[in-house]
Design a protein around this ligand. Structure first.
Ligand code: ARG
Length: 713
C-alpha cells in the first residue's frame, strides 16, 4: 500500500499541481487572469469572454438566482427555467391541494396558459459587477471603531447604489469580501412573474428523503421547471395575463452524450456561505455549543410537525416545505459536527494560527497584527454560552410561527394605533393584506405544541439568562401556559387580529400575552450585551486583519473570496469515490435507474415510487437517453467546490453545454464550508439524461422537449 502511494506521488509530481485545482469559488470577471489557462488544460473550450461579457451575449446571461436561496439556468429561448425540485418545493406545495396534489403526483403544463403562478417567486438576472475596494476603503481609517467604519462604508455604498440602479430599474448590491478587505458591487434585474411549468412527483424529485439527503450513492430526480414572464417589452412586471414568456438573451444547450471519469465540469451559481478563514476557536464553538443546540432544537420541532403532517394531507402540504428546510440543516449540522471532529479541523486551524502569530509578533508586524489572535480567542471564550443560547432560541423562532408573528404584526399595530385618522386609512390596506397573508396555511394544534415544546427546551437548556418573562418558568407546564396565552391573545386568530384594526387600543396590545412573549423572545435575540461591546469590536477588527495578514504573509494560499450569495464559477471534473457495494453502477461516479428500483419500498415515506414508474422500466428502452451500457444514468459525481445556494446550478461541459444539475454535497466532506478537502469533497448532480427521460418518455411532456436545444455529441 505504502509503496503504491509513493509511486503515485512520484507520477503526480510531474503533473502541474493546478490540475487538482478543484477548490475555489471564482469571480467571473477574474477568470481570465486567474483560472483560464488551468481550465483550458482541464478541457474548457470557451474563451473568458464567452463565459462573462458585459456587452456581448455570454454564459452568465443564462444563470439566474432563484428566489433568493437557489440557482437556476435558462434553457430555452422562451425563458424556461431549470432548477432543483427542492428549490421549487415551496412553490409546488403552495400550488397543491389535497384534491389537486401536484407535489404528490407531479404536474406538467401542456401550454403556456396552463402554467401556474405561485404567490411570490422571483428570479434575479446578473447584469454586471465591478471592484470598488479602493473607493470604499478610502472612506475608512485605522482609528475608527468598527461601528464608525461600518457607518462610513454604508454611506459610500448608498452612493454606489444610486449611481448604478438607473432610477430603480436595477437592484444594486455592494458586498464585502475577504472579511471586509475588498468590496465589489453587483447589478441585478429581478423578474417577479415566475410560473410553474413542470415537476416530477415528490417521490421522484425527493427520492430517498432525509435518509439519502447529503449522501451518496444517490438516486434522486431533483429538478423542476419554471418560466419567467415579462411585459411586452421584455421588462419585469408584476403578474398579469398580458405578460408574455421572456425572450432569453442566451439559453444553455443541453448535451445528452453523457459523462465519464475525468471529464471537465464547471458549475456557475450562487453559493450561499462559506467560512474558509474561520478561526480555530470559532470552529470549536460551533462544534461544542452552537451546532448541538441547533440539532437538538430542530429534531424536536421535526418530531412534533411530522406527527400532525402524517395525520392529514392538507396539514402535510402546509408544512412540507418548512419541514424539509429544517430537516435539511438538522442533518447538515450533525454532519458538520461529525466531520469537523473526525478531521480535527480546529487543530489544523490552530497550527495555521500559531504560524500566523509568530509572523504577527515580528517587529514589522506587531503594531498591526500583534493582538489579532488574542482578540479573536478572547471573544470566542466569552461567547460560548451565548452561542448555545442563541441557537436554542433560533430554533424556536425558526419553527414556531406564533413566536415571531405577534411581534411583527404588533409593531405595525403600534404604528397604526398611534397614527391620526388619515395615516390609519393609509396603513389599513397593508395591514389587512399582511394579516390575510399571515393567517393562512397553518394548523393551530401543531403550532401550540411546537411552541410549548420549544419553550420547554429553551428554558431548560439556556445557561446564559432568559428573558425576564420566562426567567421563573424553567420546569413549568408549558402546555397549560401556551393554551392559556392563546386563549387570551388577539393574535391567536385572524379574526382577533382584524378586530384590533376596528378598536386600536395600544394598552390592549401592550398587555396581549402572545405579543409580550414574542417581543421578549425577539428582543432577547437581538440583545447586544454591553459587556461584549468592546470584545466584539476587537474581534471584528482582528478577524479582518487575520484574513488580510494570512494573505499578506503567504501563510494562506486561498485566492478566492468566501461564498456570500454572489455569482461564482467552480471547475473540476467528474470524479468517482472509492468503490461502494451499495452502488450497482460499474464505476462509483454515477448511479442507475436499476439502483432506483433496488431502493424502492412500496408506500414508504421516502422510498416509494409512482406505480407506473415500475412498469415503465419493464421495456428498459431508454432510447437516446441510455448510457453506453444501455442503462439510464440517474445521478453523477464531480469534485466541484459548491455549498448551499448552489442548489439548482447547471453543470456544464467544456463547451458550456448543460450535462447536469447540482443538488447536493456528500456528508463526509461536510467540513468543507470551513476547510476544503480536495480529496473528499464531491458535488452530487442529476444527470441531464435522467431529467430529459423523465420529461420526455415518462411524463410525455413533448412540448417542453421541443423548446430545448439538444446536442447529441
Ligand atoms: N441537501 C440539499 C441541499 O442543501 C437539499 C436536499 C433536499 N432534500 C431533502 N431530502 N431534504 O441543497
Amino acid at each position: 500500500m505504502k509503496n503504491l502511494k509513493l509511486s503515485l506521488i512520484a507520477i503526480f509530481f510531474f503533473i502541474p499541481i493546478s490540475l487538482f485545482a478543484n477548490e475555489g469559488m471564482w469571480f467571473l470577471m477574474h477568470i481570465e487572469r486567474l483560472n483560464h489557462r488551468d481550465m483550458q488544460k482541464m478541457g474548457l473550450q470557451l474563451t473568458p469572454e464567452e463565459i462573462y461579457s458585459i456587452n456581448n451575449q455570454s454564459l452568465k446571461d443564462a444563470i439566474v438566482q432563484f428566489n433568493g436561496g437557489c440557482t437556476a439556468s435558462i434553457i430555452s429561448s422562451n425563458g424556461l427555467v431549470l432548477t432543483n425540485h427542492h428549490c421549487g418545493y415551496n412553490a409546488i406545495a403552495e400550488l397543491s391541494t389535497a384534491e389537486q396534489n401536484h407535489l404528490k403526483n407531479g404536474f406538467w403544463a401542456k401550454s403556456f396558459d396552463e402554467e401556474l403562478k405561485p404567490q411570490s417567486l422571483y428570479v434575479r438576472y446578473f447584469v454586471r459587477m465591478d471592484d470598488v475596494s479602493e473607493r470604499i476603503l478610502s472612506q475608512v481609517n485605522n482609528s475608527m471603531s468598527e461601528k464608525e467604519r461600518e457607518a462610513a462604508i454604508n454611506k459610500e455604498i448608498a452612493k454606489i447604489q444610486s449611481e448604478n440602479d438607473e432610477g430603480g430599474k436595477y437592484t444594486v448590491s455592494v458586498r464585502s469580501f475577504f472579511q471586509g478587505n475588498e468590496f465589489y458591487y453587483f447589478v441585478y434585474q429581478d423578474y417577479t412573474d415566475v410560473r410553474l411549468v413542470g415537476t416530477p412527483a415528490e417521490s421522484i424529485g425527493k427520492y430517498g428523503g432525509d435518509t439519502d439527503n447529503w449522501e451518496w450513492p444517490r438516486h434522486t430526480g431533483d429538478f423542476s421547471l419554471f418560466r419567467v414572464y415579462g411585459d411586452a417589452n421584455g421588462q419585469p412586471a408584476s403578474y398579469s395575463t398580458e405578460n408574455v414568456p421572456l425572450k432569453s438573451n442566451y439559453h444553455l444547450p443541453v448535451n445528452i452524450s453523457g459523462v465519464k471519469e475525468n471529464d471537465f465540469a464547471m458549475i456557475l451559481g450562487y453559493p450561499g456561505r462559506t467560512n474558509r478563514w474561520m478561526p480555530a476557536e470559532g470552529i470549536e464553538q460551533n462544534v461544542k455549543y452552537a451546532y448541538p443546540a441547533w440539532v437538538e432544537g430542530s429534531k424536536l420541532s421535526m418530531d412534533v410537525m411530522k406527527k400532525y403532517m402524517d395525520e392529514d394531507e392538507s396539514i402535510n402540504l402546509m408544512y412540507a416545505s418548512q419541514y424539509a428546510g429544517i430537516a435539511n440543516y438538522w442533518k447538515n449540522r450533525q454532519g458538520m459536527i461529525d466531520a469537523l471532529t473526525k478531521h480535527g479541523t480546529a487543530e489544523t486551524k490552530r497550527k495555521t494560527e500559531s504560524k500566523f502569530n509568530k509572523w504577527a509578533q515580528k517587529a514589522d508586524n506587531i503594531g498591526t497584527y500583534g493582538n489579532v489572535i488574542n482578540d479573536i480567542n478572547n471573544y470566542y471564550a466569552l461567547t460560548n454560552e451565548k452561542a448555545q443560547h442563541d441557537n436554542y432560541l433560533l430554533s424556536l423562532l425558526r419553527s414556531s410561527k406564533f413566536s415571531v408573528l405577534p411581534y411583527r404584526l404588533g409593531s405595525g399595530f403600534e404604528n397604526y394605533a398611534n397614527a391620526n385618522e388619515a395615516k390609519r386609512q393609509e396603513l389599513l390596506p397593508r395591514l389587512k393584506a399582511f394579516i390575510n397573508g399571515a393567517y393562512t396555511d397553518y394548523h393551530l394544534p401543531l403550532e401550540k405544541e411546537v411552541l410549548a415544546e420549544q419553550l420547554k427546551l429553551y428554558t431548560s437548556k439556556s445557561n446564559y439568562g432568559l428573558p425576564d418573562l420566562l426567567s421563573e418558568m424553567s420546569g413549568a407546564n408549558f402546555e397549560t401556559y401556551v393554551e392559556s396565552i392563546f386563549n387570551l391573545s388577539m393574535f391567536s386568530s385572524k379574526e382577533g387580529a382584524m378586530a384590533f384594526l376596528d378598536y386600536p387600543d395600544p394598552e390592549i396590545l401592550a398587555n396581549d400575552p402572545l405579543y409580550k412573549l414574542s417581543s421578549a423572545l425577539l428582543t432577547k435575540y437581538r440583545e447586544q450585551p454591553e459587556a461584549l461591546e468592546q470584545p466584539l469590536n476587537d474581534y471584528q477588527r482582528s478577524y479582518r486583519l487575520l484574513v488580510n495578514g494570512l494573505k499578506e504573509s503567504g501563510i494562506s494560499k486561498i485566492q478566492y473570496p468566501d461564498a456570500n450569495s454572489t455569482l461564482r464559477l467552480t471547475y473540476g471534473k467528474v470524479r468517482a469515490l472509492p468503490k461502494d457495494s451499495r452502488n450497482d453502477a460499474a464505476v462509483n461516479n454515477y448511479t442507475t435507474f436499476k439502483g432506483v428500483l433496488n431502493k424502492y419500498v412500496p408506500n414508504d415515506d421516502e422510498f416509494d415510487l409512482p406505480k407506473d414508474m415500475l412498469n415503465v422500466n419493464k421495456g428498459k428502452d431508454y432510447g437516446r437517453y441510455a448510457n453506453e451500457n444501455g442503462e439510464l444514468s440517474v445521478n453523477f459525481l464531480t469534485d466541484n467546490d459548491i455549498t448551499g445556494g448552489n442548489s439548482g446550478s447547471p453543470v456544464l461541459n467544456g463547451k458550456g453545454e448543460l450535462i447536469g444539475l447540482a443538488f447536493d454535497g456528500n456528508i463526509e466532506a461536510m467540513a468543507g464550508d470551513v476547510i476544503f478537502d480536495k480529496d473528499l469533497q464531491r458535488t452530487i448532480n442529476v444527470d441531464i439524461r435522467y431529467v430529459l427521460w423523465l420529461i420526455d418518455n415518462y411524463s410525455n411532456a413533448k412540448n417542453i422537449v421541443d423548446e430545448l436545444t439538444i446536442v447529441t455529441k
